[in-house]
Design a protein around this ligand. Structure first.
Ligand SMILES: Nc1ncnc2c1ncn2[C@@H]1O[C@H](COP(=O)(O)OP(=O)(O)O)[C@@H](O)[C@H]1O
Ligand SMILES: [Mg+2]
Length: 256
């Protein structure tokens, strides 16, 4: 199976080379766990080191703020956009505006904005730049609109399938209030090809971040929770360090 390196050395080591190509991977973590940083790092590395164009679809973050924050890691997203190596689509207006909204070049009725129309937005934009990597950050709000469990399951399955059919390797982020060992396992996690979890632990003195590849179909991978840090260079994963097991997750960690 062809591998797509994420561009985070320790994480690529945990994956024995990278993500499986043309698959749809879920990245789950609480607010501030580094989902946006990790997924932008994946696109930046692809564009700069692998010559692979990337599409970032934001459902949450203001694009100007995103660019400012990512510039802090030395990632010049605007430069990549100008070179046609990156396209950033702001799909967040659906949360603020009534009636029809423009997402990229497409007008979408707010009430129609579903995973189905999101796929159309992605297809359209991915084609323009011949994207090999896609990020949807975060999908959470869209999946909550389905109250019926089987309807939700079908919509998510169709969405993941459509993403894979594009031939792109995709990271889809989802926000969990807490990623605990006994957390509720949601439909997205069953249906994605792979799941990467971002944990927060509180040890006696400090907050410790841990990353875990919960599943990655078709490849052998490290399944332990390894420490990671957010530094000025982005996400750094310490794949050679002792796994974070047995660290007590305190009640306050659950609030993060
Ligand atoms: N230069 C930096 N050094 C260390 N930590 C940083 C730096 N920049 C951002 N962070 C951390 O990254 C977090 C934001 O990451 P982000 O990817 O936006 O989280 P998420 O998308 O999961 O909500 C901040 O809460 C902060 O803890
Ligand atoms: Mg984010």
């Amino acid at each position: 199976m062809k591998r797509i390196p994420i561009g985070i050395d320790g994480l690529d080591k945990m994956l024995n080379g990278g993500l499986p190509s043309s698959r749809c991977i879920l990245v789950c973590g609480g607010p501030g766990s580094g989902k946006t940083i990790l997924s932008t790092q994946f696109l930046h590395y692809g564009a700069v080191q692998c010559g692979e164009s990337g599409l970032y679809v934001s459902l949450d973050e203001n694009i100007t703020q995103l660019k400012e924050e990512m510039a802090g890691f030395g990632w010049d997203l605007e430069k990549l956009e100008k070179k046609g190596k990156l396209a950033i689509v702001d799909a967040s207006p659906i949360r603020h505006l009534p009636g029809e909204v423009k997402i990229g070049d497409l007008w979408v009725g707010k009430r129609d904005f579903s995973l189905v129309s999101l796929i159309e937005v992605i297809k359209e934009n991915a084609k323009k730049i011949n994207a090999k990597r896609v990020v949807i950050d975060p999908i959470t709000a869209l999946t909550f609109q389905y109250h019926d469990v089987s309807e939700r399951r079908t919509a998510i399955l169709d969405f993941f399938e459509a993403l894979s059919n594009l031939g792109t390797t995709s990271l889809v982020t989802t926000e969990l209030r807490s990623v605990t060992l006994e957390r509720e396992i949601r439909a997205e996690e069953f249906l994605a090809h792979g799941v990467i979890l971002l944990h927060v632990f509180i040890s006696e003195r400090e907050i410790v971040r841990g990353i875990q590849i919960e599943k990655m179909r078709g490849i052998e991978h490290d399944n332990q929770i390894r420490p990671y840090k957010i530094t000025e260079n982005g996400i750094e994963v310490f794949s050679q360090e002792e796994p974070l097991v047995g660290i007590h997750i305190t009640a306050s960690a659950l609030q993060i």
